[in-house]
Design a protein around this ligand. Sequence first.
Ligand SMILES: Cc1cc2nc3c(=O)[nH]c(=O)nc-3n(C[C@H](O)[C@H](O)[C@H](O)COP(=O)(O)OP(=O)(O)OC[C@H]3O[C@@H](n4cnc5c(N)ncnc54)[C@H](O)[C@@H]3O)c2cc1C
Length: 419
Amino acid sequence: MIKLSDILFREVALVIIGGGPAGLAAAISAKKNGIRDLIIIERNDWLGGILPQCIHDGFGIEIFDEALTGPEYAQRFIDELNLLEIPYMLNSMALEITLDKNVYVASPEGLFCFKAKAIILAMGCRERTRGQICIPGTRPAGVYTAGVAQNLINLKNMMVGKNIVILGSGDVGMIMARRLTLEGAKVHAVVEILPHTNGLPRNHQQCLIDYEIPLLLSHTVTEIQGRNRVNSVTISPVNKELESIKLNQRKITCDTLLLSVGLIPENELSKTSNVKLNPVTGGAFVDENLETSVSGVFACGNVLHVHDVVDFVTLEAERAGKSASLYIFGKQTKSKRIRVEAGSGIRYILPNFISKKTDIEMSLRVKHPGEQVSIGFFDGKKLLKTKKFRKVHPAQMIKIKLKESETRAIKTLKVRVLQ
Ligand SMILES: Cc1cc2nc3c(=O)[nH]c(=O)nc-3n(C[C@H](O)[C@H](O)[C@H](O)COP(=O)(O)OP(=O)(O)OC[C@H]3O[C@@H](n4cnc5c(N)ncnc54)[C@H](O)[C@@H]3O)c2cc1C
């Protein structure tokens, strides 16, 4: 039983939860915007979040115009954090956020309660597992999520198997198909339930096509076989409703199944502070300042919505850091907001609320891949703006800027794909 006297109370202007790319960029931005009294809470014993295990390149193209590896990208921000003398706590888990913005943290030094003026949520996301997609069969060794396999191979020098099937063509799954091939394993198939890949087109080309790894679209794994270790999986086609059909089922002999079947924003903590969550993204509803439904609580990075590219995480987090600073200094302009709605063909759009007072960059994802697609913004029936794209893909985040002059007089805002 913990007594009140066991808790170490501290007052602090800004608490940032998570020391991944989002937390690092938010902290640096807050400090540069005048916040001296801030702290990053990170549960791992390192900074950089998922990046240290992403040893492939492709990070930083947008921000640094260089293709860096994950560890190199993270190090640039860690160096700046140290230069700015921003404090952080490692091996420290934020357990609860109360309604009055107290953040309880378990750390090797004891149990802390940070009484914060503002909080930035930057907890990233976690992978979906076998249990969440309910694959029938036995429970042998050899079933990994793609991120866990990446961690074992890249950071612990442990090979996960020799004959591999990958379920899900998300970016992590495709990157791991290439990685395992380079390490000498045979990737028999990447199996995808959708009729298109679920990751970036560049990863489809560079990780699967370039290495001649078979991609089975509109298929899924319907059974795992094996006693101690996986020895085969059953692959079945699916119909338009994504239900598996018995016709043309086949077994693939393998010793390992990797799952790359989606990422879930880590918002259990956000719920303790009453932050309202969007069922589509799994992240918070936010306004253009990235402020959640709870005043003074901001969100950015993969905990807000799963990003395709880390550079966009950094840019978003910089905005969250600046917004939190304005809030702390009492300079945030509060004005009437309107709800932004995702219409037909749009999976989601952020921010969810805008104030019509500034230019805004909207981030959105479409539901289906397409070519020569126009996206339209409407106030009721009135078309405000259209933007045409040569190609769109659900895995790719689309950014569209709305000028203050375009939204100044609107009463509603809805975005949809035009036929
Ligand atoms: C396998 C893989 C490959 C990728 N490849 C690319 C690529 O080639 N190019 C690219 O641009 N992007 C790539 N990405 C995406 C990029 O890595 C992510 O977009 C980025 O890491 C998200 O940053 P984040 O800070 O939001 O989350 P994370 O990096 O997940 O960081 C979140 C941090 O919060 C901490 N945390 C969570 N909960 C708590 C708590 N309660 N208390 C304390 N700390 C907590 C976690 O420990 C973690 O360190 C890849 C991602 C993966 C997984």
